[in-house]
Design a protein around this ligand. Sequence first.
Ligand code: 13P
Ligand code: SF4
Length: 309
Amino acid sequence: MNAEKIDTAVIKEIQNLKKKNNAVILAHNYQLPEIQDIADFLGDSFDLSVKASKIKADVIVFCGVRFMAETAKIISPHKKVLMPDIDASCPMADMITKQQLQDIKDAHPGAKVLCYVNSSAEVKSISDVCCTSANSVKIAQRAFSKSDEVIFVPDKYLALYTAGQTKRDFIIWDGYCPVHADMNSQDVKKAKFSYPQAELIVHPECSPEVIKMADAVCSTSGMLKYVNSSKSKQFIIGTEPGIIYRLKKENPSKDFYALSGSALCIDMKRTTLEKVLSSLKEQKYALELSPEIIAGARRSIDAMIKYGS
Ligand code: 13P
Ligand code: SF4
């Protein structure tokens, strides 16, 4: 069988098993094209967490990275949440542990914690409010009073962007996304020289030098909304290039150029059709979190949904 025929057979089996198990597939916007194509729902971290709270299925197959699947489990603890590749992790989320956060909290008694959703369930369990790249500004404005001291973990660049937008200071952890932190002003200059008519849209995980040069700063789903409503025909995309597949599919008459072609998130590419199939067949890898961690993390996610909606 050639590769296309194998894919068709695998996809058919996935569809059958989905029905049999009353399962849905949630996928992040950076996933491989073939995974995006079989997903029941595609979105950014915020969309996916809201979707996980509303889904009626018994099983969620989460195609993304660990913190996203954990968020689905925290929101729907009675559902089975499967990760097709258990090693798909987010390096930035792994840059802070619960103990490290506890140490900063101890050093700043009374301070509140605003925690980027790209973090472990343990870290979320001792945070006050979660945020995503789609709502960090809104949450920072609504969840705290002006006099509150706020610790922002783990992304220093999202923290700086949010601080700039809200005109407030945070105690900032030194975490970052290696994919976005790699993009720099030289990349922007080169891309703008090659595509002078294009608008530059970047993710808030980029460094301030890149953000300063952008026409728009958005979450991945925010990028889709921005492009849909813009009159421009060309866009330079300052985020993981997996999103370009969806941008092009939804906007076939527009052109998209990756700000940095080498900025791949390897963890987001671990999930393949074959692994989704094995995941459904063998009901693996089912996420388990302790009731205490779920209860603590749920508080901070509920607070995000309350302040961010
Ligand atoms: P979004 O929530 O904007 O999709 O971002 C998730 C992420 O991991 C960005 O690197
Ligand atoms: Fe984490 Fe960056 Fe990959 Fe997003 S792109 S999952 S922040 S490493």
